[in-house]
Design a protein around this ligand. Structure first.
Ligand SMILES: [Zn+2]
Length: 511
């Protein structure tokens, strides 16, 4: 007897159809799985055997061969437990064969036959819809995520027993899960932290607003306790709301990485990720024998925050460079190569010196000049070339902390940022790869950031008098363009340039 059950698997953030063929023969009992399975698939033999018996079915004492086709793509994970178990039951007439071509089945089995959630349900559902598959059976916890895909009937079930009953009869009477995508998307738009909670630091908030408005990467330099982390955490709340397509893209990555909370349909707010400085390069950009998305991809369409920047290993910071250019990362292994999107805003924070108090008027810095120079040198170079704004975060004054007055709410700042982004979107219509001012290359800067004679003079003076490096020139122009956009000004005025020049504090200490 042979049975064929449809299933699917992920490859990067995409999915593909897998056919699970089960063949039984009257020989010495055995159970083998072919089609490039990894260890997890081999382990599923034990789970399937236990689940089949514990659900009251008979496990055939035959020679069982399961083939996962196509054989040439590496498959991983435990999501084939359910289709393989159903395949065995269908091949022994314990489950209905006729309806199998209509449904795709995925799910991991517990020993008692309970269905456990899997990774990557959303990309799977999207691909099954594209292929015109009628329906999909998924573990209950993955139901909402799969049901985001309109035009595919999703049936969340709890156990192998329910899945067999579904195929035998229930498919005719069970209604597929429907989710109201629009209301889910609207409802989930809440932020956990608001700029109104941060007292004082108005200059820093302004710099973050400018960064958000132009999608510029930013570094904050200040003593411990000045609120750098608190400020960075609130950046997602002033970025323009995610579009539905952006939300889907981010959700796909979180789904594949297995970090989407159970019963969650969608990542509807911009992610904020803050990996510790001991992180490895593989964990940051993605990797592993079966490449997994790294922190930069989990931050896709959101914010990646690197606190204590100079503490990160040099090789870890080096690997950030390419993804910052490309907005994506390709992980190559001998047998496969996978590309994950990684379009994020980079926010870094650092102390001004190893002890942290170099710029603190209330405490004495104990570091010598040579030590500070060495510390600063750690972060110079190619990564800093991708960071448009540097802002000093002063120690918070007691007066500001004690003040009863609340700061401006994130929603008000977000509105200004969104307007500025619209101006940029219009300006860059038809320009490939250009969405925000931060994306401008030298050629675009010449075209869109023209300044008059007064501006030219101001910039020249700043560069010579403040000792700014030549590479600061382009970055100042880009940031000035954003400041002008926030002000609703067509042209870049001297005051926009002066403000942009203030956001280059590291140039002075690095050169
Ligand atoms: Zn110090």
């Amino acid at each position: 007897m042979v049975s064929k059950v449809l299933s699917c698997a992920t490859y990067g953030v995409n999915a593909f159809l897998v056919e699970v063929e089960t063949h039984l023969e009257r020989q010495i009992p055995g159970f083998s799985i072919v089609g490039l399975p990894d260890n997890a698939v081999r382990e599923s033999r034990e789970r399937i055997l236990a689940a089949v018996r514990n659900c009251g079915f008979e496990f055939p004492l035959r020679k069982i061969t399961v083939n996962l086709a196509p054989a040439d793509i590496r498959k991983e994970g435990s999501s084939f437990d359910l289709p393989m178990a159903v395949g065995i039951l269908a091949a022994t007439n314990q489950a209905e064969l006729d309806v199998l071509p209509d449904f795709v089945l995925v799910g991991e089995l517990a020993l008692d036959g309970t269905l456990r959630p899997i990774h990557g349900t959303l990309p799977m559902a999207m691909e099954m819809k594209r292929l015109g598959i009628k329906g999909m059976v998924v573990p209950r916890e993955n139901g909402k995520e799969a049901a985001m895909v309109a035009g595919l009937d999703v049936y969340p079930l709890s156990s192998l027993k329910e899945a067999v009953e579904f195929l035998n009869a229930d498919h005719a009477r069970l209604a597929p899960l429907r989710v109201d995508v629009a209301s889910l998307f609207a409802q989930d738009h809440h932020y956990f932290a608001d700029f109104a909670d941060v007292k004082g630091q108005e200059n820093v908030k302004r710099a973050l607003e400018v960064a958000a408005a132009g999608a510029h990467n930013i570094t904050m330099i200040g003593p411990p306790g000045s609120g750098k982390t608190m400020l960075a955490k609130r950046l997602p709340s002033i970025l323009p709301p995610l579009t539905f397509d952006e939300a889907l893209e981010t959700t796909k990555i979180h789904s594949v990485a297995g970090i989407l909370p159970p019963d969650t349909a969608l990542v509807a707010t911009r992610p904020f990720r803050s990996p510790h400085h001991t992180i490895s390069d593989a964990a940051l950009v993605g990797g592993g024998t079966v490449p997994r998305p790294g922190e930069i991809s989990l931050s896709h369409h959101g914010v990646l925050f690197l606190d204590e920047l100079p503490e990160f290993a040099r090789n870890v910071l080096e690997v950030l460079r390419q993804p910052l250019e490309d907005g994506a990362v390709t992980i190559s292994r001998s047998r496969l190569s996978v590309t994950y999107p990684a379009n994020f805003m980079l926010v870094c924070a650092m102390n001004p010196c190893p002890c942290g108090h170099y710029t603190d008027p209330n405490k004495d810095c104990t570091c010598g000049a040579a030590v500070i120079q060495k510390y600063m040198a750690k972060i110079s170079g190619p990564l800093m070339d991708r960071i448009d704004l540097h802002i000093e975060v002063p120690a918070v004054k007691y007066r500001e902390l004690a003040s009863k007055e609340n700061g401006e709410h994130s929603s008000a700042i977000r509105e200004r940022v969104t307007v500025a982004r619209h101006i940029q979107a219009e300006r860059f219509t038809g320009k490939k790869g250009l969405y925000a001012n931060a994306d401008m290359q030298s050629r675009d800067i010449r075209e869109f950031c023209t300044i008059d004679g007064t501006g030219e003079e101001l910039l020249r003076m700043a560069i010579t008098r403040l000792g700014l490096s030549a590479r600061a020139y382009d970055r100042i122009l880009k940031v000035a363009r954003t400041i002008a956009d926030l002000a609703g000004s067509q042209s870049i005025q001297p005051e926009h340039l002066s403000e942009a020049i203030q956001y280059r504090s590291l140039d002075r200490s690095l050169t």
